[in-house]
Design a protein around this ligand. Structure first.
Ligand code: ATP
Length: 269
């Protein structure tokens, strides 16, 4: 696998308001964390340590990547994004050296966010015969996370669907200071996410009138699935030569999404 992990990744134009369904408490904690990170010196004077690492966990498609991007954007930080699998190699030392160069590149920036998705591939619980390479890579990650005060302006954000799989040494405070759980959205959260993903889209009146019911009846849908509902419905409308999404476009998209998942039922609006 080629090593692109240590290159900066462009950030979409995104803010925290583009993420729906976050519990109020989490929003408050995130904005407090951001104010500490924006002014680490002042926070230090007040005796508050800036966090070095944040873990985002929850089911697929609940906005973990989106939140990492919004945090980086809010901090005006350079974003380095990769997946845990980019550091798992057969040859001993390769993963560790990738970790080192990623942190070195990030520390060259005035402020940086390193985001590692599916971090369980890299920081999973150590097994008695887990292999020398995996052990060395994780050890290097721990060494880098321990890097001095404020870690040279680098904030580490990791995401996983399997928090239970993570190594305890990795989760230790001072390495991971906050863990935020992104759950599947409840009805209110789904309504927020529907609002976000219908912004800028043309909807027929009957679709607009059905959005509350849609939020109620899509229990088990993730943010990613709700977003893809409206993308699919949009494409269907365009294919049929219309600019506005109508009920049949939306019903088509709902059916397709349910067919793609056997794990839930939907009380069709
Ligand atoms: P994975 O665990 O599969 O990596 P994830 O939790 O990182 O998933 P994202 O990649 O952030 O999920 O979400 C994919 C897309 O779904 C986003 O770009 C966005 O369009 C939409 N989405 C997901 N969650 C939300 C949310 N809470 N609010 C608004 N949109 C969302």
């Amino acid at each position: 696998m080629k090593n692109s992990a240590s290159k900066a990744t462009p950030l979409p134009d995104i803010t925290l308001t583009d993420i729906g369904g976050l519990p109020e408490e989490m929003k408050e904690e995130i904005s407090q964390t951001l104010s500490i990170l924006k002014d680490p010196q002042r926070s230090a004077q007040l005796g508050i340590q800036a966090p070095k690492g944040i873990l985002l966990y929850g089911p697929p498609g609940t906005g973990k990547t989106l939140l990492a991007q919004a945090i980086a954007k809010e901090l005006g930080a350079t974003f380095f994004s990769s997946s845990g699998a980019a550091f798992t190699e057969l040859f001993v030392g390769v993963g560790a050296s990738r970790i080192r160069s990623l942190f070195q590149n990030a520390r060259k920036q005035q402020s940086a966010v390193i985001f590692i998705d599916e971090v369980d591939a890299l920081a999973g619980k150590r097994k008695p015969h887990g292999g020398e390479e995996a052990e060395k890579t994780l050890t290097e990650l721990l060494v880098q996370l321990d890097g001095g005060n404020n870690n040279g302006g680098v904030l580490f954000i990791a995401a996983t669907n399997r928090k239970d799989m993570l190594d305890e040494a990795f989760l230790r405070p001072g390495r991971i200071d906050f863990s935020f759980q992104l759950p599947l959205p409840d009805t209110f959260g789904r309504r927020e996410i529907i609002n976000i993903h219908t912004k800028g889209k043309r909807l027929c009146e009957d679709v607009v009138a059905s959005l509350d019911v849609l939020a109620e009846s899509t229990s088990g849908f993730s943010g990613a699935e709700l977003s893809s509902l409206f993308e699919m419905a949009s494409r269907k409308a365009i294919r049929n030569g219309r600019e506005e999404i109508n009920r049949s476009d939306l019903d088509f998209a709902i059916d397709r999404t349910i067919l793609g998942s056997t794990s839930r039922s939907l009380n069709d609006p």
